[in-house]
Design a protein around this ligand. Sequence first.
Ligand SMILES: NCCCC[C@H](N)C(=O)NCC(=O)O
Length: 436
Amino acid sequence: MFFGYMFVDLMSPLQSMIEAQRGWTPDVFGMYGSSEFILNVFGFLILAGIILDKMGVRFTGQLSASLMFIGACLKYYAVSDSFAGSGIETWLGSWWTSFPASAKLASLGFMIFGCGMEMAGITVSKAIAKWFEGKEMALAMGLEMAIARVGVFAIFSISPWLADMAPATVVRPVAFCTVLLLIGLLTFVIFSFMDRKLDKQLGLDSRGGGGSEEEFKVSDLKYILSSKVFWIIAFLCVLYYSAIFPFQRFATNMLESNLGVSAQTAADIFRWFPMGAAAITPFLGRYLDHKGKGATMLILGAILMIVCHLTFAFVLPEFPSKPVAYGSIVLLGISFSLVPAALWPSVPKIVETRYLGSAYSLIFWIQNIGLCLFPMLFGFALKYFNAGRTEGMPYDYTRPMLIFVACGVLAMLLGLWLKAEDRKKKYGLELPNIKK
Ligand SMILES: NCCCC[C@H](N)C(=O)NCC(=O)O
């Protein structure tokens, strides 16, 4: 997950460079960002959940890590100098000419990578639920997410540095992260040996099932889909994350534009966002394990996000101050700890273990629809509200940022609804995970 999250965001601090070197304008950049989720949205994630519940975490984990690596190799080729001037480039550049050939192939690679990445995400969640059921599950999930966030911090630091080495190029960071993904694949193979040992100790079959639980059937999906609380969690997830991950891809340029600083300085400021989240998420996970209050954390997280996005939209353009930027980034980091720390461990409380893979995949699927649409929507809004901008001028982010504010408001309302449902139906979302 560490290397996966690095790969996802390696281009985020390089928006200006990729625009200058490969002609990726903000709308192209936004569409490239969305491509990570396209195949998932068109059904791959549902299939991934079924594969996970049928085949178990070992097979699915290795398959997903392989897809991530294959997608990364394709993206590397797309931005490499050997692609420039090749026959494939000429052909890809001959249609839909406003979308550069390199962006088309990079997007295809990112799509394949995205299938693996999301499949790995649900696999890791199910594996943690399997290893830590009735124990420190939220802490374990919090630590996993913290490691992923450190990956984002690392790439916001490393990517501009690698790219800026003479001769400045976007190819170097892509190559670096592709190698890391190969190492990631190998680490999952090692995990698989450990997981097989756990199954032997627990007396489970080769896909990690066969204990007291019944086997998963595709028709079981109806139990998940007919649950109201499942839909509340799924919509809260899509709204919240749609205002985080797509924002993350534009945040460096937003800070560059609002503060009038270089891409490197902006990335140096923004990288503290995932780092703040990484530092706090495990503590919140531990708090949840021992004290509970999951639904309350979701509401609080959404409120903090609204405050931060309003600050980016209205305060920073008027007062381009670094302390204000740092303050909002840290607050957003706290929000980004509260919501994930509470959201993912809530899922095993509302569905049975045998369809946990499918439940996570359905939530990820709905979330991916948002993650796919919002970078495009935001990219288009940015271009639309900056119609008169000439090359080299900063972008005006004020009105586009209201898209993210609206997501936060709706997520907060869903959090309140979830808390009310939990009070009525006693799902235990406000209760601790550790059973004494
Ligand atoms: N590619 C970055 C998006 C990851 C989305 C993933 N479905 C997810 O929600 N992961 C949990 C998290 O909090 O990062």
